[in-house]
Write a protein that binds this ligand. Structure first.
Ligand code: FAD
Length: 410
């Protein structure tokens, strides 16, 4: 069986690895438009940006040949003929029995006036990070558009380097859709402790040019305020992840819809990682998750499915972010309007347990790795059994409780 994987990011490389682990013996072709050896994205907005490191490879250079994985760097997939089971790339045509779409996503650009000015950056790829590292050498005032994880991580790095940093966003608080209020409040105060300013509740409407008309000099907000800036980082999510598949006749460009084994509507075509819109194992709602955990676990799931040992995806989502000295780890996904229980000191080390009825839905931990590991086990086990009182009590043996739940019945 010949498998073609489009995109050699976290999901695509793991898919190649897991296909071999599952004993798939035919040709495995990994097509990647970037020229760099496939690399890890999380450090690009964290220590990789601060330290000027080369991107960290996902696998060593020899790994691909050792596993007989044909890595084609600098080759872009341009189209898919699902009837003929062929991919058209910038270098020719590749036939497949099974196709795995793992093309991730691109950073969503700012759509107002001035988006193309010099000094306006995205942060998705190693070359974005390299350009930003250079810009950090000379810039003095940075504005971050968007209060999501990547923008906030960048803000922490830039503020720690002594830049004057302002984060702007339409929403009234940071991480509005992805973190509970206590966690967002602690991360916001962490940024302020680093010297960053948060200008929330007013959307940026225009990037203003300097006297040359070529470089950015400021960001105008809806409120009329003009924030001076010689560096602007746009962190407002991702753009049209599914356009390649949409061009091949798949549904909407906002992602590729798949079933619980990541199969698309087209025979022999699957989609994983950031690109996939899949049924949540919890309630069947169609969701997309952008995380290293999901990229890896969806790849493992699809490899088992291709090898004929498929089972519905049931991975527990987990995620991390590093902002200055604060490390956040999450297990599960916190929904709106949940009952929140705080364990520990919300100004220092703590975790937030989100309950929906009697079920523990998610655990977010700041500087509390033991809570995170126990929380992951509890959420994975279905979230039943733990009471709010136990969660809130720092003396309660959470680890032992989680171990008890996971222990096999005797
Ligand atoms: P990608 O990793 O984006 O890989 C897709 C690949 O496909 C790319 O290499 C791209 O070049 C290639 N490609 C696209 N189109 C084509 C085409 N037409 N032809 C050929 N190749 C193509 N997650 C966490 O869990 N924790 C973190 O701390 C964290 N930090 C992050 C920091 C940054 C700066 C970024 C950008 C992301 C971060 N993430 C983090 C998210 C995580 O990196 C992504 O969820 C993950 O990379 C998704 O993997 P993927 O393989 O689906 O997509």
């Amino acid at each position: 069986m010949d498998v073609v994987i489009l995109g050699a990011g976290h999901a695509g490389v793991q898919a190649a690895d897991s296909l071999r682990e599952e004993g798939v013996e035919g040709r495995i072709v990994l097509v990647e438009r970037d020229l760099a050896l496939p690399y890890q994205r999380p450090p690009l907005s964290k220590d990789g940006l601060a330290g000027g490191l080369e991107p960290l490879p996902l696998r060593g250079a020899d790994w691909y040949a050792d596993r007989d994985v044909e890595l084609r760097l600098g080759e872009e997939a341009l189209g898919i003929d699902v009837d003929a089971r062929k991919v058209v790339t910038s270098a020719g045509t590749i036939a497949y029995d099974e196709l795995v779409l793992a093309t991730g996503a691109a950073a969503r650009p700012f759509e107002g006036p001035g988006a193309g000015l010099r000094g306006v950056h995205a942060l998705r790829t190693a070359s974005d990070a390299s350009a930003l590292r250079d810009a950090l050498e000379t810039a003095s005032r940075a504005v971050v558009i968007g209060a999501g994880y990547i923008g906030l991580e960048f803000a922490a790095v830039a503020a720690a380097r002594g830049l004057d940093v302002t984060v702007v966003a339409r929403s009234g608080r940071i991480l509005r859709r992805s973190a509970s209020a206590p966690v967002a409040a602690r991360l916001a105060s962490g940024l302020e402790e680093l010297g960053a300013r948060l200008a929330l509740g007013s959307a940026p409407v225009e990037l203003v040019a300097d006297a040359s008309g070529l470089a950015v000099a400021g960001v105008r907000l809806e409120s009329g305020e003009l924030l001076p800036a010689d560096l602007v980082v746009v962190g407002i999510g991702i753009a049209e992840p599914g356009h390649l598949a949409a061009a091949a006749g798949f549904d909407e460009p906002s992602g590729v819809r798949v079933d619980a084994e990541f199969r698309t509507a087209a025979p022999g075509v699957r989609a994983i990682g950031d690109l996939a819109v899949f049924p949540s194992p919890l309630d069947g709602a169609m969701i997309r998750i952008e995380s290293v955990q999901h990229a890896g676990d969806s790849a493992r799931c699809v490899a088992r499915s291709i090898a004929g040992r498929g089972a519905a995806y049931d991975a527990t989502p987990w995620f991390w972010s590093v902002q200055g000295k604060l490390k956040l780890q999450t297990a599960g996904i916190v929904g709106e309007g949940r009952d929140l229980v705080v364990r520990g000191d919300p100004d220092a080390k703590f975790s937030v347990f989100a309950f929906e009825g009697s079920r523990l839905e998610s655990v977010e931990s700041i500087a509390s790795p033991a809570d995170h590991l126990a929380g992951r086990a509890l959420v994975a086990a279905g979230g039943a059994g733990l009471t709010r009182e136990q969660a809130a009590d720092p003396g309660f043996d959470l680890r032992g409780f989680a171990k008890g739940l996971a222990a096999p019945e005797t």
